[in-house]
Design a protein around this ligand. Structure first.
Ligand SMILES: C[S@@+](CC[C@H](N)C(=O)[O-])C[C@H]1O[C@@H](n2cnc3c(N)ncnc32)[C@H](O)[C@@H]1O
Ligand code: SF4
Length: 388
C-alpha cells in the first residue's frame, strides 16, 4: 500500500517543517492526528511522526527493497500472532539488543534500579563484538529494526559505533537511546559517520537544577553540548540521519517543565520532542515519581483495568537480547528466571525463538496466566508516548 500524506505541522509548537509529501511503502496504514495537527504513522508497530518517516525514507526503502524477505517475515509473524500460534513462523522482525548494562548515571526511576530494589541479581557487562556479529549474521535477513539499548548507557561500550556500522551495512534501521553525557565532538563525528538512523536523547530537565534532580551523576551542560555536536556535524555533512528525538519522561519533579521542553527542542533544532509516560512497577516508588497530572500517567496507575491482552506483538514479532546473550520476550523482562535461553552459548538464536521455553511463555500468555511482569506492564494498555 502506498500512502501519500500531506503533513501540516502546527506552526506554534513544531516549526521544523511546514508541509511535506511523504511516501510510506507498506506501512500498516495507521495514521493518527495529534492534537497539534501533526501526524503520527504506525509502521509495523513503531510510531513515527511524519517528519521522521520522511527523513528516514532512504533508510526505509533500502531496508525493504534490498531485502524483500523482511516483508514476508513481517507477514509471517503477523499470521502467527493472528492464529495465536506458540510456534512463530519466521524470525523476529525487530530486536532490542543491549550493548552494555553498565551505566554512568543513577536515575531513580530507571527500570534497572527498580529491579535492584526488588532484590533481583542483575549481572553487569558489555556485549562482545564477535557475539554481536554472530547474532546479526543469523538474523539480518529478517530483522528490519534494531534498538541498540536496553538498560545501561550504550556509549560505554567502545564497540557501539562498529555495531551501528555493522547494522547499517546490512540496511537495518538502527536506533539508540542515550543519556547524552558521552557525546563529545569526536563521538558525535563517529556516530554520524556510523550511519545511525534514529537517536533518542534522554533529557528530563530544562536546566541544570531540574535535570540534576532526576539524572543523578549527569551533567545538563554536557548533554546540551552533545546535542549541538551531533546536529552541527550532521548538518555540515548534509546528512539526514541520525534523526534526533529529545525524550522527556514526565515525572513529579519535572511535570511543570513540559512546555519549556518544547521551547528547548526548538532552540536546539532537534527533529522531535517526545514526552514519555513514566513506568513505575514498584508501588513504593509511585508517589515519588509519578506526575500529579493524570493526563501524563498511564491509566492503570489510577485503578483502571490493566488486564492482559492477547495482542501484545512482542511475543510474536520482537525479541530482546541481554548483553550476555540471554534472550527475553520483552525489554521490560530482566529477571534471569524468565530467560528463554542464551543465544551466545548455544550459538543459535533460532533454536531459542521457537524453543520449549519461548513456546511455553507464549502459551501461558495466550491463556491469560498472569506473569507478574505482563500484569504490571502498562504499555499493553496504552502507548508509552504522549501524543502531544
Ligand atoms: C533505560 S534507558 C537506557 C538508555 C540510556 N541510558 C538513556 O537513559 O537513554 C532507556 C529509556 O528509558 C527511559 N526510562 C528510564 N526510566 C523510565 C521509566 N521508569 N519509565 C519510562 N521510561 C523510562 C529513559 O529516559 C530512556 O529514554
Ligand atoms: S542513564 Fe539510562 S540506563 Fe542509566 S540509570 Fe538513567 S535511565 Fe537508567
Amino acid at each position: 500500500m502506498i500512502v501519500f500524506i500531506r503533513e501540516i505541522y502546527n506552526k506554534k509548537r513544531f516549526k521544523y517543517y511546514n508541509e511535506q509529501y511523504i511516501v510510506i511503502i507498506l506501512c500498516e496504514g495507521i495514521i493518527k492526528k495529534r492534537p497539534n495537527n501533526s501526524l503520527l504513522i504506525n509502521i509495523f508497530n513503531r510510531t513515527y511522526d511524519a517528519g521522521a518517516a520522511w527523513k528516514l525514507r532512504k533508510v526505509i526503502l533500502r531496508c525493504f527493497f534490498l531485502h524483500p524477505r523482511r516483508l514476508f517475515n513481517i507477514l509471517a509473524n503477523k499470521i502467527s500472532k493472528l492464529l495465536k500460534s506458540t510456534h512463530v513462523i519466521g524470525m523476529p522482525s525487530t530486536m532490542m539488543i543491549e550493548p552494555t548494562s553498565f551505566c554512568n548515571l543513577q536515575c531513580g526511576m530507571c527500570g534497572k534500579n527498580q529491579y535492584i530494589e526488588l532484590g533481583v541479581d542483575l549481572q553487569e557487562g558489555h556485549m562482545r563484538f564477535e557475539n554481536f556479529t554472530g547474532l546479526i549474521n543469523e538474523v539480518y535477513k529478517y530483522v528490519f529494526t534494531v534498538f541498540l539499548w536496553n538498560y545501561g548507557e550504550p556509549f560505554l561500550n567502545k564497540d557501539v559505533f562498529k555495531m551501528v556500522q555493522y547494522l547499517r551495512d546490512r540496511d537495518i534501521i538502527t536506533a539508540i537511546s542515550t543519556n547524552g553525557n558521552l557525546l563529545d565532538q569526536q563521538a558525535a563525528v563517529r556516530l554520524v559517520n556510523s550511519g545511525l538512523s534514529y537517536l533518542v536523547i534522554s533529557l528530563d530537565g530544562t536546566d541544570e537544577e531540574s535535570y540534576n534532580k532526576i539524572r543523578k551523576g549527569g551533567s545538563y551542560e554536557k548533554v546540551i553540548k552533545g546535542i549541538e555536536n551531533i546536529i552541527t556535524y550532521r548538518d555540515q555533512k548534509k546528512s539526514l540521519t541520525p534523526y534526533v528525538d529529545l525524550q522527556f519522561v514526565v515525572m513529579r519533579d519535572n511535570e511543570e517543565k513540559v512546555e519549556e521542553m518544547f521551547d528547548l527542542g526548538r532552540k536546539l533544532k532537534v527533529d522531535r520532542v517526545t514526552l514519555k509516560k513514566c513506568q513505575i512497577s514498584l508501588e513504593s516508588l509511585r508517589e515519588q515519581f509519578l506526575p500529579v497530572n493524570r493526563e501524563f500517567r498511564y491509566n492503570c496507575y489510577d485503578g483502571m483495568d490493566n488486564e492482559i491482552q492477547s495482542t501484545c506483538y512482542r511475543l510474536f514479532e520482537h525479541s530482546s537480547i541481554n548483553w550476555d546473550g540471554h534472550v527475553f520476550p520483552c525489554c521490560d523482562i530482566k529477571d534471569p528466571e524468565c530467560s528463554m535461553g542464551n543465544c551466545f552459548e548455544t550459538k543459535s538464536f533460532k533454536a531459542i525463538w521457537n524453543g520449549t521455553l519461548y513456546q511455553q511463555f507464549r502459551k501461558n500468555y495466550l491463556e491469560n496466566k498472569k506473569y507478574y511482569i505482563c500484569k504490571k506492564c502498562p504499555g499493553k494498555a496504552q502507548s508509552a508516548n504522549l501524543d502531544l
